[in-house]
Design a protein. Sequence first.
Length: 379
Amino acid sequence: MTTAKLQIGPHPVNGQAVLAPMAGLTDQPFRSICRRFGAALAVTEMTTSDVTLWQTEKSRQRLMLTSENGLKIVQIAGADADKMRSAAQAAVQLGADVIDINMGCPAKKVCRKLAGSALLKDENLVRDILEAVANAVSVPVTLKMRTGWDPDHRNGVGIAKLAESTGIKSIAVHGRTRACMFRGNAEFETIRAIKSVVSIPVFANGDIGGPSDAARILNQTKADGVMIGRAALGQPWIFQQISSFLQTKVLPKPLSIAIRRDIILEHLDALYQLYGKDRGVRVARKHLSWYCRYLEKAGRFRDIFVRVETVSEQKRLTKEFFDRYDEQGRVAVQKRSREGVPDQCQRREPKKLRQENPLDLERTRRITRYRSGTDHLEA
């Protein structure tokens, strides 16, 4: 496992776990939280190389760098070397410290334009783009790529050597081809081979779900670091956990419920501030759904949260959900009080059903849970 000090151009990198760019997800609020919890680098969402489209509200939000902590890394995507050159220069004028080139996105709408991982089919075009961007700006340029176009054409080693020769300062490699999308398991033999032929930092990406995976893949590939994508959704503190495990070989304890509550509420407030009330509510649904994957009995809460339409309702539901936890982080069972309810309003007990019918038995249990006020604990 590599332990030497990482460097991208003149910039030191303090850590081995970095956040992957993910369209629609790694916006400024999420990047900020990940950095606070140990992400050594955090790249913006993929941005088109057509700078005439940068005046849209979505592009302005993606390129908001003024409140960034740490290195400001802007990822651009496109298939025209001249446009990529102009986009890199424009990003530097906005404050980018590093330019990242996307040759890893497998999405059809990107590959139809011969951008993203589609570029891996044309090594001459790859060279033209890398040279154009690296020669156009004074800041370091990095590359995000896949192992190849399809399993029969894994040209990642050749692309990596080409990238280093054109002045690229680091490479992040997803362990699948474009044809594989996100299906099957990532393979890391190609990443190991890439690391063996280049001297610039290499980050391994794909199927890294936690600290143990990170340690195993670093050892297997000899890469300099790991790039975390989907595993960071709902648990942005994963970078801190990975760093701790790599140093101590001991799995860290989970964060307390109180800390996770504060992170989620802070994240929601940042989304409302960035996107406004209407779009902020819609974006919050997506992030809250990821957080719920790691919260006990959160299914019912999530189902209601994604249906409400206002900031106040989302915040109220979130606070009420966390009020259910006791000091030990366990869900407390709270039965509904019937005190003061008129007799005629009291719900009757369910009728006794024949015991030999298993479907009736399950229905009886569901009715009883509902009437006792504990149905919400079954989500």
